[in-house]
Design a protein around this ligand. Sequence first.
Ligand code: MOS
Length: 700
Amino acid sequence: MTELLEPRAIGQSLVRRDGVAKVRGTATYAFETPVPHPAYASVVQATIARGRVTAMDTTAAEALDGVLTVLTPFNAERLASTEDWEYAVLQSPEVAFRGQLIGVVVAETSELARQAADAVHVTYAEQPHDSVLSAGRDDLYAPEQVNAGYETDTAEGDVAAAMATAHVTVEQTYETAMYHNNPLEPHATTALWEPDGDVLLTLWDSTQGVHPDRAAVSEVFGLDKEQVRVVCPYVGGGFGSKGNPHANVMLATMAARALPGRAVKLALTRQQMFFLVGYRTPTIQRMQLAADRTGRLQAIAIDVVEQTSKVKEFAEQTGVPTRMMYASPSRRTTHRLAALDVPIPSWMRAPGECPGMFGPEVALDELANELGIDPVQLRIVNEPPVDPETGKPWSSRHLVECLREGAQRFGWDSRGARGHRDGDWLVGLGVASSVYPTMRQATSTASVRYEGGRYVAEIGAADLGTGAWTVLPQIAADALGVDVADVEVRIGDTRYPTASVAGGSSGTNTWGSAITVAAREFRGKFGTDPREGDQASGDVDQASTDSDHAAYAFGAQFAEVRVHADTGEVRVPRLIGVFAAGRIINPRTARSQLIGGMTMGLSMALHENSVFDTRIGQVANHDLGEYHITVNADVGEMAAHWLDEHDPWVNVMGSKGIGEIGITGTAAAVVNAVHHATGVRVRKLPVTLDKLLAGLDDLS
Ligand code: MOS
């Protein structure tokens, strides 16, 4: 058990420390980093889905006045490491997916670079490609493990026997779409190669982690880490797409190395991001539920089919939340992949839990209907006393309390078995649970120094827009026992101590733990009356650990939908989430995270859908004109609440991580509400009106 920090700054709704600079436009992002006399890069992408580049005629591009260099697979430098296929840019003429990077042009202006990139003439030897995901493929395979190191398959008891004998069963297949991260700030890098410096390479890169970014780049180029500096004070969103560098960062570095002393700027366009910076795989989830007449589960199973690229595996851990959400004597989870000629999938907000809380949470709603049990009650009767997977006690689990408080705030109890009609609109209410594991990374170091009468903590953390600039000082202040105004925290530079990626909702837990260790070390060494320059450091390794408990944040989401009886238009006037996510460090930034996640979940429910044209092997709607995202006009009343949860096991802050849980369960709550309103069960996202119209006809 950990004695939690005395919360003084923690828990305050302090305003963002970076807010003024962002609102005034003085916060510099990677691409706009001021450097003398920059050059601009533009990429060349493959226009076939599979095959090989046989020739690239760069004559016309090079002839343009102001073009500085054109790199192709035929003239680019050979990289020190080509182990990671994605990073081995321009190392081979092979083309593994449409949109793959096959060249880069650097010129005096960005317009010229783009013009020159268009002027590169490419010839290919094209081969047939295969980009069709289906559960019926005969080449599906089981990966060695799934993302975040989870087991691929798990089994307990006998699902088939329970399905054969149970009072009620549900057996259905649910599908989530392909989704692309669209952070406001595109993936962008300013790269400077200075062969005579101590630091050979400086990257101002939009990244979720300067140190992981540096580690990847230095390995690919065979550099010592100390020869590379990565700087990133501000990020315009990442959602996982900047959690690992993608090939564009390697290409920017390569371009800079071709022009020593000249900073090169490379930003992907919005359209290019749909090929190059990862995406969430579509998922096909076959669910089986068996229950007794009281609703107690006798079996729960999920068999997931999803895709990866042939050249680099990413296995979304979609089945993982089914392992721990509800009590059931028999359980099975499996993951199978189709390796296709498609871009490389990767992290997107709550990989695993986001798609994996769709099928099961809709199936539970179907089960509740079959049984005539209230869906909130059905979840409550299946509350597991310990983690079904490991048998460990929960560090804290307040799902039932979230469901009850949400039901009360939402007015759930007035909900009848069917929705009601309000003029032309069919109105319904739905619920689903949310979950996200509580994580802390193994690596992160912080220093605390007394400087100019203030306490300065340094750590190479990242603020994706999430609030790290603001909440880390709150933690440091409480760890030092000083006023938060007397604390400055510096992040976003590899010159500061090594920090973990801002991913897995683990940033605050990890960096805050390291800062606390450093602060205690500082106090231990220098007492409460330090002198200028006194400094101590601390590592997250030294923070108290606990492996005896299963640690997760939980939540419940309630949606009201209105479906137009004639057109099938869907509106969501109300979405309320109640979360139990440990101690909330800063209510202002936390609310923003939770509501942001819920909005993204609403977007998944109604709008987002990367339509993959399997004839040519690319996303057809690869821009924001056609890839629809929930916008302000689509959001009605949206509220995030939380319980005052005390968890002494997770870390010294008692915090659980809130960046991702908000997107989990949301789409299921909306789909369940649509069913309540219309009687139509949509099992394939998004809920577009074409999926409702036939069912609406049946109503009239
Ligand atoms: Mo998040 S997908 O863990 O960056």
